[in-house]
Ligand binder design. Structure first.
Ligand code: FES
Length: 238
């Protein structure tokens, strides 16, 4: 066990536990975006930065291991400025159409943007120029909305073990796709929905919207194994 202090609160935590989870469990909110409790840490969004007494600079709390005696601060003018800049950079290539976005009101990026009080205006906007891809059953992929948090790639690998999703490059842009940009079904996707469930934006989303319906994906899907001659367990919407 280790004793750490976060914003003046002394906590007994597991040695080497990530500091972000320790803080959240203790009721200390640290903004975060690429972190997901079911996935390994990537440390890409820089929202969860904190300061540690005795250390220069700032560090991402999702990748920081708790060590006995650590004194951590989650709020300061410097942290606010750096989080705002990190958010502005994320928004610089993100469409500015929140109010008409299909996941309006159900978007972690939008919620965090409002919490931090940042907008995309200060850093020049640019378009990634991807076409929204709706060729696949069940899901729409709109890589213009992607912030490369990597949750979908990690979920596909770590939760399902299928590794269908990966980082690809086109010109100078990195995007999430499949090997040789195959359709999901041709790339052995099981259509489990894990990628859509962990996506914090409207990048990978269900073709049928559940927002406000009171239904979940599981409510409206049936496995087709029994009916499918190929014996696939790819689920379908009823
Ligand atoms: Fe820690 Fe994204 S949540 S870097």
């Amino acid at each position: 066990m280790a004793v750490i202090t976060i914003d003046g609160i002394r906590l007994n935590v597991e040695n080497n536990r990530n500091v972000l989870d320790c803080a959240l469990e203790a009721g200390v909110y640290i903004p975060h975006l690429c972190h997901h409790p079911a996935l390994s840490e990537l440390g890409s969004c820089r929202m969860c930065i904190v300061e540690v007494e005795g250390r220069d600079g700032v560090e991402t709390s999702c990748t920081m291991k708790a060590k006995d005696g650590m004194v951590i601060h989650t709020k300061s003018e410097r942290l606010t400025k750096l989080r705002t800049l990190a958010m502005e950079l994320l928004l610089s290539a993100h469409p500015e159409d929140c109010s008409t976005c299909p996941v309006y009101g159900d978007c972690e990026l939008q919620t965090l943007m409002q919490y931090i009080g940042a907008s995309g205006g200060r850093v020049k906007m640019r378009s990634k120029g991807f076409k929204s891809d709706d060729r696949n059953p069940l899901f729409i992929h709109d890589m213009n909305r992607c912030i490369l948090c990597g949750r979908c790639v990690r979920a596909c690998d770590e939760l399902r073990g299928v590794k269908v999703l990966r980082y690809n490059k086109k010109d100078m842009e990195t995007y999430v796709g499949t090997i040789h940009d195959k359709l999901l079904a041709d790339a052995d996707c099981r259509f489990c929905g894990a990628c859509a469930q962990v996506c914090p934006t409207g990048t990978i989303r269900d073709k049928v919207s559940f927002i406000g319906s009171g239904k979940t994906r599981e409510d409206v899907m049936i496995p087709c194994k029994a009916a499918c001659p190929a014996g696939t367990d790819v689920p379908r919407y009823v």
